[in-house]
Design a protein around this ligand. Structure first.
Ligand SMILES: Nc1ncnc2c1ncn2[C@@H]1O[C@H](COP(=O)(O)OP(=O)(O)OP(=O)(O)O)[C@@H](O)[C@H]1O
Ligand SMILES: [Mg+2]
Length: 439
C-alpha cells in the first residue's frame, strides 16, 4: 500500500494536502496520500433498482439481505461506472429494468450516476443506457458524462477505479481464454488510456482485415490492400503485446510474493505467465513458453516485437486467406498460472486455483495503488464465505486498509464482531436499501 513517507519515519501533515517527511539527516515534501471514493450513487431503471439514491461512506460497507434482492446488482453498478463493463458477459441492454422496458415509451433510459470525491475535488460520473424506438426497430446505445458534459465512454475509465472479487473468479483459471482476455483488458483499461485506445483501434482493424480476407476468398479485394491492413494491425497489435507484457511482468512478481508469503506460508510458489499469440499456432507448451520468454526479454525493444509479429503475419497469410480470418495476434492471447512446472488450470486442486486467483486480485489492488497513488474501491461479492480463516483474515485486512470497500453477504454472522462494529451496515430488500430491515 502507498505510504506517503516510505522509509522516513516522521511526518508532519500540512493543511493544504502536503506532508513533510523527515529523519535526522534529510527531509522531503510530498503530497499526502491521495484518495478516491464514491460519496453518492443514484440509479434509475438499473437492474431491479427502479430508483435509488444512496449515500456511501468511506471505509467498509456491508450490504446484507436475502437472496435475489439486489446486492450483486449494486456492486455491478459501481463496477460498471468504473469500467463501462458488466462483470457478466451479457448484453448491456439487459441492465435496464425489465419493467421500464415493458412501458413501450419511445425512449427508455437507465442511468447510473456517481459523485466521486478525490483530493483534487469532486466529480460526477454518469452512464446512460438508452433504448430507443426508431420506426419498428429498437436500437440501444450508451452515453457517458463527466461533470454533466458528454465524453467518450473510454474517457470514463480511470475516473474511479475498482477491483471486484466474485465467487466465480476461479473461472479465470479454469474458463476460456476469452474470459481471461476480458479480465486483462478491463484491468489494464482502468489504468492505461493508451492501451485502451490501441485496443479499440486494433479491434476495428481486425474486423476490417477479416472482412477483406473473406472478400478475397470470393475473388474480390487485392493483396496490396491486405498488406496495408496487416501493417496497421501489426503496429497497434505490437503495442498491445508490449503493454500486456509489461503488465504481467509487474503483476506476476506481486502475485507470486502474496501467494508465497501470505497465502501458503512459503510452501508453494506459483508463476503467472503471459502467453502472447505472436506466432503461428505453437505446437506445444514449451514452444508457447519460449515465446513468452522471448517477449519478456524484448519488452524494451518495441521494434523487435513489431518485426517478429510482422514476420509471423507473413507466415500465416496463406492460412488466414483459407480461413477468412486473422489467426494470430493479441486477440488470441492467453495467460496462465504454473505451480511446480504444471499448469494450474489443468492440474491444480480447486483450493490451489482459488488461492492463485485471490493472490492475483490482491496483487491487482497493490499494482493499481502503486500506479496511480490512489487505492481502488474494493467490491467483494459473497467471497468471504468460501475462504478459510487465514485467507479471510488477509482479505479483510485489505478491506480495512482500503479507502472504500463494499461487501455483500446473505449472512452477517460470518464476519467478526470487531469488523461488524466498524463497518456501515445496509440492508437490501427488493431493490431498496435502508439502514435496517423494515420488519
Ligand atoms: N434487468 C433487470 N430488471 C429487473 N430485475 C432484474 C434485472 N436483471 C436482474 N434482475 C433481478 O434482480 C434481482 C436481484 O439480483 P442480485 O443478483 O442483485 O441479487 P442478490 O441480492 O445478490 O442475491 P444473491 O444473494 O442470491 O446473490 C434478481 O431477482 C434478478 O432476477
Ligand atoms: Mg448476489
Amino acid at each position: 500500500m502507498t505510504e506517503v513517507c516510505h522509509s522516513l519515519p516522521n511526518k508532519v501533515e500540512l493543511p493544504d494536502g502536503w506532508a513533510i517527511c523527515y529523519n535526522a539527516r534529510e527531509f522531503f515534501c510530498k503530497p499526502r496520500k491521495k484518495f478516491m471514493r464514491i460519496t453518492h450513487l443514484s440509479l434509475t431503471n438499473f437492474r431491479n433498482y427502479g430508483r435509488l439514491e444512496l449515500t456511501l461512506p468511506a471505509g467498509a460497507t456491508l450490504l446484507h439481505g436475502n437472496n435475489a434482492q439486489g446486492k450483486t446488482n449494486l456492486l455491478e453498478a459501481i463496477y460498471y461506472l468504473a469500467t463501462t463493463r458488466s462483470p457478466h458477459i451479457n448484453q448491456d441492454q439487459q441492465l435496464i429494468h425489465w419493467d421500464a422496458l415493458q412501458t413501450h415509451d419511445p425512449v427508455i433510459v437507465g442511468r447510473l450516476v456517481a459523485r466521486v470525491a478525490t483530493r483534487q475535488g469532486e466529480r460526477q460520473l454518469e452512464v446512460r443506457l438508452i433504448n430507443e424506438q426508431k420506426g419498428q426497430q429498437y436500437s440501444f446505445r450508451r452515453e457517458a458524462l463527466v461533470n454533466r458534459r458528454k465524453v467518450r465512454l473510454m474517457d470514463l475509465l480511470g475516473q474511479v477505479r475498482a477491483v471486484l472479487f466474485l465467487p466465480q473468479d476461479v473461472h479465470l483459471i479454469t474458463g476460456s481464454p476469452s474470459q481471461r482476455r476480458r479480465y486483462l483488458n478491463i484491468t489494464l483499461c482502468q489504468i492505461d488510456p493508451i492501451y485502451c485506445r490501441q485496443l479499440s483501434t486494433y479491434n476495428k482493424l481486425l474486423e476490417q482485415r477479416n472482412a477483406l480476407l473473406r472478400q478475397m476468398a470470393e475473388g474480390r479485394g487485392g493483396h496490396d490492400v491486405l498488406s496495408i491492413f496487416t501493417e496497421r494491425l501489426v503496429t497497434s497489435g505490437s503495442e498491445l503485446f508490449a503493454r500486456r507484457g509489461q503488465f504481467f511482468s509487474n503483476i506476476a512478481r506481486e502475485t507470486q510474493h502474496i501467494h508465497y508469503e501470505q497465502l501458503t506460508d512459503r510452501r508453494e510458489s506459483i508463476r503467472l505467465r503471459y502467453l502472447p499469440n505472436l506466432h503461428d499456432s505453437p505446437t506445444n507448451s514449451s514452444e508457447t513458453l519460449q515465446l513468452a520468454d522471448w517477449l519478456e526479454d524484448h519488452l524494451q525493444q518495441p521494434e523487435r516485437i513489431k518485426e517478429r509479429f510482422w514476420q509471423a503475419m507473413q507466415e500465416s497469410k496463406a492460412k488466414d486467406l483459407a480461413r477468412g480470418s486473422t489467426t494470430i495476434g493479441p486477440h488470441r492471447d492467453d495467460w496462465a498460472f504454473w505451480v511446480n512446472g504444471r499448469e494450474l488450470g489443468l492440474f491444480g486442486s480447486r483450493g490451489q486455483q482459488r488461492s492463485a486467483v485471490l493472490a492475483l486480485k490482491l496483487a491487482e489492488i497493490n499494482w493499481m495503488t502503486s500506479q496511480t497513488g490512489e487505492a481502488p474501491i474494493l467490491l467483494l461479492d459473497e467471497v468471504v464465505a468460501e475462504l478459510d480463516e487465514q485467507r479471510r483474515a488477509l482479505l479483510l485486512n485489505y478491506v480495512q486498509s482500503a479507502e472504500q470497500a463494499v461487501l455483500t453477504a446473505t449472512d452477517k454472522a460470518m464476519f467478526s464482531d470487531p469488523f461488524l462494529q466498524q463497518a456501515t451496515m445496509l440492508y437490501v430488500e427488493n431493490g431498496r436499501i435502508s439502514a435496517n430491515p423494515t420488519a
